[in-house]
Design a protein around this ligand. Structure first.
Ligand code: SF4
Ligand code: SF4
Length: 103
């Protein structure tokens, strides 16, 4: 598991840097990058903070991901967790923030 930051989408807001508990993300020339991908333990905090959708999360084969990429999008109270393989979206999990602590 690790993340990849799309620097074309990154707007340099620093939210991911503040969110990462391991201090793994840095900024260079107003673009975020992860210094050592292998140190990422996949907490997804950075993913949730990035409003530019610049961060992709790679689900490794060890958790059944086999190249599946997870991205995050927020629309009002609805949070979308989107699983894709290649260009194809294979599954989306939608969570309403008002109901996230219901169970
Ligand atoms: S949160 Fe997203 S847009 Fe902001 S610095 Fe990080 S990768 Fe770039
Ligand atoms: S997934 Fe978690 S540990 Fe990995 S870079 Fe993002 S915030 Fe840091």
């Amino acid at each position: 598991m690790s993340i990849k930051i799309n620097q074309d989408k990154c707007i340099g807001c620093r939210k991911c840097i503040e969110a990462c508990p391991g201090n793994l993300i840095k900024l260079d020339n107003k673009k975020a990058f992860i210094k050592r991908e292998r140190d990422c333990w996949g907490c997804t905090s950075c993913l949730k903070e990035c409003k530019a959708q610049a961060i992709e999360f790679y689900l490794g084969a060890d958790v059944g991901g086999r190249g599946t990429i997870l991205t995050f999008k927020e629309e009002g109270l609805i949070k979308h967790w989107i699983f894709s393989k290649g260009e194809k979206e294979i599954r989306t999990i939608d969570i309403n923030s008002l109901e996230s602590n219901k169970y």
